[in-house]
Design a protein around this ligand. Structure first.
Ligand code: MD3
Ligand code: FE
Length: 203
């Protein structure tokens, strides 16, 4: 169907093109400080096709030992850079959460990258929403239910779109089926950036 789960808010075109360009410039600087790394699956060590980094006091990592949040970059050992003001402000405006975000996971998708269906369950609280920002090439996003194996729907996420995953939607299965390579010229080398702002600790 075309109905979103309760707590799923889709805000297409939330950021103007000028705002997107400014955000990309900010991210270019921050990603120099905390370079993208290639996470690997727990136990198997199979690499993700998505590259990642984080901003904030905690960042999500995956390595042979498991998934977890940690305060430092896994390769440099340095603390993650702070979450920039524009994203703190976004969280205040759409996050419906008293507490500040602790983590901003930055996912970079080359045109061939994808992300399998999963739930986000590594946080200590599911009370706070996840707020997602898409930049660059359009993604074909798949949204399922809280239980795995149920019906799913597909939605295109374009540059400047914001999605808020609160309430029931917070624990819905989701993934990225494919990237529409060349659909945006925002990123000089193509591909897609997705930012997810999160609360990790109980507040
Ligand atoms: C629905 N990221 O980082 S963003 C992730 O485009 C992740 O990079 C995808 O899945 C991406 O974990 C999807 C939209 C999104 C983010 C979190 C969700 C949808 C969600 C959490 C629960 C339900
Ligand atoms: Fe996710």
């Amino acid at each position: 169907s075309n109905d979103f789960p309760k707590g799923f808010k889709y805000l297409p075109g939330y950021f103007s093109l000028e705002e997107q360009k400014e955000l990309v410039e900010t991210l270019r600087y921050l990603v120099k400080e905390a370079p993208l790394f290639t996470p690997v699956m727990p136990r198997t060590g199979k690499p993700f096709s998505v590259r990642m980094t984080n901003l904030g006091v905690l960042g999500w990592v995956s390595d042979r030992n498991g998934y977890r949040y940690q305060p430092q970059h896994p390769e440099s050992g340095q603390p993650w850079p702070e979450i920039p003001e524009v994203l703190q402000s976004l969280w205040k405006q759409v996050g419906e959460c008293e507490a500040a975000p602790e983590a901003c996971l930055v996912n970079y998708y080359a045109a061939t990258a994808k992300m399998g269906m999963h739930q986000d369950r590594d946080e200590k609280t599911f009370e706070a929403p996840v707020v997602s920002v898409s930049l660059g090439d359009t993604a074909v996003f798949r949204l399922g239910g809280v239980k795995r194996g149920g019906s799913t729907q597909s939605l295109k996420l374009s540059s400047g779109d914001v999605v808020v995953l609160g309430g029931e939607a917070r624990l819905c299965h989701h993934g990225i089926d494919r990237i529409l390579g060349g659909s945006s010229s925002l990123l000089k080398d193509g591909g897609r950036l997705n930012l997810t702002l999160r609360r990790v600790s109980v507040f």
